[in-house]
Write a protein that binds this ligand. Structure first.
Ligand SMILES: NC(=O)C1=CN([C@@H]2O[C@H](COP(=O)(O)OP(=O)(O)OC[C@H]3O[C@@H](n4cnc5c(N)ncnc54)[C@H](OP(=O)(O)O)[C@@H]3O)[C@@H](O)[C@H]2O)C=CC1
Ligand SMILES: O=C(O)CCC(=O)C(=O)O
Ligand SMILES: [Mg+2]
Length: 418
């Protein structure tokens, strides 16, 4: 039934009625190689994951990798204009858990982001990006170990919805005309030459994201959830996010206002510890995480803020070369690095595969394969401590030996044997 996808002779991961996963010992896992450096890092990720699974389970468990296509490789397999084949979407839904390399999005004209399209079409409304420090990683800040945050970035709404019209297009003219004539808008400074973008942010979208962030704080014994927004300026979108987030903390988790609010607090039902729900305006937040990172823990924010914050925080702990991520719906999960295709390094076996490998580590944990996930973390720590690292770390680490992308994977695998 698939045209170009070769389905391995192995078992599917399925979702139980209570939304838990049934993971067989030989699960089929779809992967998208990715554009640019995707072709460098994806094979390394697969090799490291296979080694960790083999070591952890002694052959009892094994992943059956299944290549599916998106981006430039899809145009080579399916035809010049097919960037995101229908059967890729079908496989991502059918096989439930998957991993992808980065995909190119041109600036200005050209195709819209395939990454955003995948998230929207699969309703992967949570972009989960944990940011933690690995001992020994070179960092531009004095105390990078104080950064231990988990970003819940809303993935389905906001300005990312892609509802926009180019300046001077019929669409832009129509919308501007409507705003001026029917809505009495007088504040578009240059109406004849303005591009127009729409920023939808809903109560339902906010609630499902904030609910997941608070539940994560409960399950992982975290101290606080910070709602990050620019609600002083964008009152009904970003401000709505803040207000709906607080309201949900109170109505669903029993949070009580602290000193009259708006901050509020409730007891973690699993541990009895306080969890504080607070908020921060995005610009101030960006300086706070640099100056006082220990005060922040779980972060819930909108799509664009989350995009900026995830790269900024990653920089504090060594850069996007080791910043992992996951895109989650209530059933489907697609794991991917935080960084992009880094085209200038494509095909050079040069970049850090750490971000993609740690995304796979999150995937193994999601599947309940904790022993293999733990092995990946420990071998990453040991590889960094051995100072055999890719260029991004080597250039900032005195006494380091620079290794290639695949070389770093081999160092990790060698550490698993020790
Ligand atoms: N989820 C996705 O698929 C994403 C896709 N993109 C797309 O990727 C393309 C390129 O975007 P761009 O803005 O250049 O961002 P990139 O994340 O691709 O690269 C920016 C810089 O980050 C560093 N970097 C990136 N990846 C690695 C790595 N694996 N190891 C070490 N350092 C790394 C490099 O820094 P240095 O030069 O200092 O070495 C690189 O020049 C665009 O088309 C964009 O749309 C962007 C983000 C996410
Ligand atoms: O889709 C893109 O090209 C960029 C996406 C991005 O920056 C991200 O997911 O963090
Ligand atoms: Mg980004």
């Amino acid at each position: 039934m698939y045209q170009h996808i070769r389905v391995p002779d192995a078992q599917r991961i399925t979702v139980a009625p209570d939304l838990s996963l049934n993971v067989p010992d030989n699960p089929i896992l779809p992967f998208i190689e990715g554009d640019g450096t995707g072709a460098d890092i994806t094979p390394v990720m697969i090799k490291v994951v296979d080694a960790a699974v083999a070591k952890a389970y002694g052959g009892r468990r094994k992943i059956a990798w299944m290549e599916i296509y998106a981006g430039e490789k899809a145009t080579r397999v399916y035809g010049p204009d097919v960037w995101l084949p229908e059967e890729t979407m079908q496989a991502l839904k059918e096989f439930v858990v998957s991993i992808k390399g980065p995909l190119t999005t041109p600036v200005g004209g050209g195709i819209r982001s395939l990454n955003v399209a995948l998230r929207q079409e699969l309703d992967l409304y949570v972009c989960l990006r944990p940011v933690r420090y690995f001992q020994g990683v070179p960092s531009p800040v004095k105390a990078p170990e104080k950064v231990d945050m988990v970003i819940f970035r809303e993935n389905s709404e906001d300005i990312y919805a892609g509802i926009e019209w180019a300046a001077e297009s019929d669409g832009a003219k129509k919308i501007i005309d409507f705003l001026i004539r029917e809505m009495g808008v007088r504040k578009i400074r240059f109406p004849a030459t303005s591009g127009i973008g729409i920023k939808p942010v809903s109560r339902e979208g906010t609630e499902r994201l904030v609910r997941r962030a608070i539940q994560y704080a409960i399950d992982n014994n975290r101290k606080s959830v910070t709602l990050v927004h620019k609600g002083n300026i964008m009152k009904y979108t970003e401000g709505g996010f803040r207000d709906w987030g607080y309201a949900l903390a109170q109505s669903e988790f029993g949070a009580q206002p602290i000193d009259g609010g708006p901050w509020c607090r409730f007891k973690n039902p699993k541990t009895g510890q306080d969890i504080v729900v607070k908020d921060s305006i995005a610009d101030a937040f960006l300086q706070q995480i640099l100056l006082r990172p220990a005060e922040y823990d779980v972060i819930a924010t909108l799509n664009l803020n989350g995009d900026y914050i995830s790269d900024a925080l990653a920089a504090q702990v060594g850069g996007i070369g080791i910043a992992p991520g996951a895109n989650l719906s209530d059933t489907v999960a697609m794991f991917e690095a935080t960084h992009g295709t880094a085209p200038k390094y494509a095909g050079k076996d040069y970049v850090n595969p750490g971000s993609e490998i740690l995304s796979a580590e999150m995937m193994l944990r999601h599947m309940g394969w904790f022993e293999a996930a733990d092995l990946i973390v420990s071998s990453m720590e040991k590889a960094i401590q051995s100072k055999q690292v890719t260029y991004d770390f080597a250039r900032l680490m005195p006494g380091a030996t620079q290794v290639s992308c695949s070389g770093f994977g081999d160092v990790m695998i060698a550490q698993m044997e020790m």
